[in-house]
Design a protein around this ligand. Structure first.
Ligand code: KIV
Length: 275
């Protein structure tokens, strides 16, 4: 049975921590799913950690859907959330509804995520009214990186902290089932977590959130162009991959790969008369 948004909300009520990770392909989704992680986000971080862009802004919905389909094929239990990319929900409610539906209908996701609070609350309400679960995302919202002027901690002044709380409350009222808090001081994130009834999922927002999300490449050490302060590397895959590739390259050059073990024998009499 696949995880439901009600089960995620009940985890908050029980005080049980919620784990969420990103995935962008079938194999990774299977690993995350089999580890029992209940929420998989096909994040638009795809643009940076898979496609090599400098930000999430260039990511197109077709690219998101392509990867979301692969993740859905790999995730049998986890709830898969498709991240709505830049400008797919900003222009109009109609746009937001149509694009949210593509993640559910075409890609097979069970929910969508979009960035913003008060300003997107009406769109969240309308998407939820169509039966599509929505996860909010406030704080450092990467699609607005040029507006923020960089990866800056959000909610540091009294007005900014109040605005973030209002954003979270607006998302809850609009029917979001959970909200990501990104790069928010830990005490503010803990306060928002106490003040709203839906789960908060933190990334760089301290241990007081109901759950945590990380970009999988950050915790596996497979994307090293930019390692955020909030990420802990549980492995250093980039080193393992570099060593393996260098060794393969060396062995092919030296005629050491392949050996008989990687080759297919045949009765050489078959070749008589061909040479
Ligand atoms: O795109 C993404 O991976 C995200 C997470 C950082 C929450 O939005």
């Amino acid at each position: 049975m696949r995880v439901t948004i009600n089960q995620i909300k009940e985890m908050k009520s029980r005080g049980e921590k919620i784990t969420m990770l990103t995935a962008y392909d079938y194999v990774t989704a299977r690993i995350v799913d089999e580890a029992g992680v209940p929420l998989i986000l096909v994040g638009d971080s795809l643009g940076m950690v898979v496609l090599g862009f400098e930000s999430t802004i260039p990511v197109k919905i077709e690219e998101m859907l392509h990867h979301a389909k692969a993740v859905v094929r790999g995730a049998k239990k986890a709830l898969v959330i498709g991240d709505m990319p830049f400008m797919t929900y900003h222009v109009s409610v109609e746009d937001a509804l149509r694009n949210a539906a593509r993640f559910i209908q075409d890609a097979g996701c069970q929910a969508v995520k979009l960035e913003g609070g008060v300003t997107v609350a009406e769109k969240v309400r309308r998407i939820v009214d169509c039966g599509i679960p929505v996860m909010g995302h406030i704080g450092l919202t990467p699609q607005s990186i040029h507006q923020f002027g960089g990866h800056k901690i959000q909610g540091k002044t009294p007005e900014a902290a109040r605005r973030l709380l209002e954003d979270a409350l607006a998302l809850e009222k609009a029917g979001a089932f959970a909200v990501v808090l990104e790069t928010v001081p830990a005490p503010l994130a803990a306060l928002i977590t106490r003040k709203i009834g839906i789960p908060t999922i933190g990334i760089g927002a301290g241990a007081g959130c109901d759950g945590q999300v990380q970009v999988i490449n950050d915790i596996l050490g497979s994307y090293t162009d930019f390692v955020p302060k909030h990420a802990k590397q549980y492995a250093k895959l980039v080193d393992i991959m570099s060593t393996a590739v260098a060794e393969y390259h060396k062995e092919v050059k030296a005629g050491e790969f392949p050996t008989d073990a990687q080759s297919f024998p045949m009765d050489e009499s078959v070749l008589d008369g061909l040479d």
